[in-house]
Ligand binder design. Structure first.
Ligand code: 5RP
Length: 215
């Protein structure tokens, strides 16, 4: 029987909870990403509540959802290293490099991913691509630099569009860049990181996922 996308996301989420149950030592803190697949993961996480030392959240929405199931949310500054980080993706390639930020939480997601030993990506089959670039690349920018950054993105061949009515948890805005060719994700992530006013680009290639759970 064919599963619809939400059923696929639920299946992926359940498989990720099994992975955490088998691999996260008791009392350790779990890193948790953002988005609808992650929401299914948090909902399925309740049975593990008692054995988690807490969770680091990558967005306000995730923080509220984790607290609602009774798991304490911990400040990243109170812990050195997370054993496991679970997060979704908008696109993931065969080398587990990703485009993220469809939900706008890319900056805190990249920070928590960088603090984690193992990045477990949970992505239903619709997210898996041969090469990245069909999904518009989200870039979080400091508001005063928007126009200047947009000009540079056009020079790189992209079509930046301001995400309307959206402010990130960090008080910034998002440019979604359409039609940007990404032949070398590491090189492009490195180049975008150099543009003044870019807070974070949604390419996760310098620090790709370590594991993909697809249900
Ligand atoms: C949020 C993200 C999400 O992980 C990504 O957008 C996937 O979301 P969903 O699981 O809802 O498809 O990067 O910033």
């Amino acid at each position: 029987m064919l599963m619809d996308q939400d059923e696929q996301k639920r299946a992926v989420a359940r498989a990720a909870v099994d992975h955490v149950a088998r691999n996260l030592p008791e009392g350790e803190i779990l890193g948790v990403g953002s988005g609808s697949t992650v929401n299914f993961f948090i909902d399925a996480l309740s049975p593990l509540r008692a054995r988690l030392g807490g969770a680091v959240a990558s967005s306000e929405a995730t923080r509220r959802r984790i607290e609602a199931i009774g798991v304490p949310v911990v400040d990243l500054n109170t812990t050195d290293r997370l054993a496991i980080y679970v997060d979704g993706a908008d696109e993931i390639d065969p080398r587990l490099r990703m485009i993220k930020g469809g939900g706008g939480a890319l900056t805190q997601e990249k920070i928590v991913a960088a603090a984690s030993e193992v990045f477990v990506c949970i992505a239903d089959p619709s997210k898996q691509v041969k090469s990245l670039g069909r999904f518009p690349l989200p870039i979080e920018v400091i508001p005063m630099a928007t126009r200047q950054i947009a000009r540079q993105l056009v020079a790189l061949g992209g079509e930046p569009r301001l995400r309307k009515g959206f402010v990130t948890d960090n008080g910034n805005v998002i440019l979604d860049v359409h039609r940007l060719a990404i032949p070398d994700p590491v090189a492009l992530e490195t180049a975008l990181n150099q543009i003044p006013g870019v807070v974070t680009c949604g390419l996760f290639a310098l620090r790709p996922a370590d594991r993909l759970i697809q249900g």
